[in-house]
Write a protein that binds this ligand. Sequence first.
Ligand SMILES: Cc1ncc(COP(=O)(O)O)c(C=O)c1O
Length: 400
Amino acid sequence: MTSSDQPSRPHKTATRLSHSGRDSFGHHGAVNVPVYRASTILFPDQETFEDLTSRPFDTVQYGRTLTPSSDALESAVAELENGYRSISVSSGAAACSTALLAHLKAGDHLLMVDSAYGPTRRMCDTILSTYGVETTYYDPLVGAGIADLVRPNTTVIYLESPGSLTFEVQDVPAIVAVAKARGITTIMDNTWASPLFYKPLDHGVDVSVQAGTKYIVGHADVLIGLITLPDQASFRRVKRVSGTLGQQAGPDDVYLALRGLRTIGVRLPQHQRSALTVAEWLEARPEVERVLYPPLPSDPGHAIWVRDFAGASGLMGVVLAEGASEAGIRRMMNGFELFGIGASWGGFESLVLWTQPEKGRTATTWPAPGRTLRFHVGLEDPGDLIADLEAAFHRLGAAG
Ligand SMILES: Cc1ncc(COP(=O)(O)O)c(C=O)c1O
């Protein structure tokens, strides 16, 4: 091995996931970049201080700016996303709101996808509106029709594809084409696919955000957000805002996120395989009206998913057949052996959530009349998961 762990020529993704962000011989041979618990960084003399602090975002100079630990994660994520640099912040929600704040000012108009993650909507309806930014929500399936919603003061179009409750797949290239022709910035929440299966910047999106909390961390034990930018100017713009907001993921979280990233290349394909098995089984059940999972050929977003994505994660929705009673769903929810009731996803464990997608919308009406559940298919044996689901459907149908 050479003195640096960085490969001398382009390698395949699996290889890069094992090597990116490392510098073993810069760290006494340690395979992983150690946790640098540093707020204060010392400088040997005044000249070095002046030199390094004149390059505010590119050098190790203060814990909130850059440490070897955050640099390792951020450069590995940027490499996976084909970006210039990534910025790690304290949560996925912080990544979404920081990216918005960095690109909006009073008087601007924002186009926000109607299927967006709840706290992202809340950001628009509270903080952004207080500070004079007007939001129009748009149909996730609008495609090139987004052009009709653009105003002279529209500066940002925000996408999330697929949405994490309703799983509509957006026509990103069509929306990006409209944005580019008008000089509008596009920001995309890419948490569902992760950069392993979708690279927003390759599709012309200007800012990629994600909750690293989910598949990058992969073990349900860290909150972290990542913002990836395509060039130095856009990186500096967002880093200036994240720093001003005081945003920086802590060193232990950064370390765990990078450890998670090392295995995302084997975990996510397994989530996908198991999720597809479970989704196909669910689709054949009489208690199920619709499975919301783009890899299924029956899903309305399937064609775009095939065109644009390299794979799928383990998160899906299930619309129950009309007539499922509240009592039946409560029996179902409360008796799972393997699916935990939890609002997150992306870890090794399976989860279930009773969702209400009809409540969080304003531009569109959620068309499915049945009650909706969201399942995260973890890394357990899919046969065991199906047995757990089968028992749950028996409880749903049992007389209360
Ligand atoms: C699509 C999506 N984006 C962002 C977030 C926010 O991530 P975090 O919980 O790390 O703030 C979530 C969390 O559930 C999410 O589902």
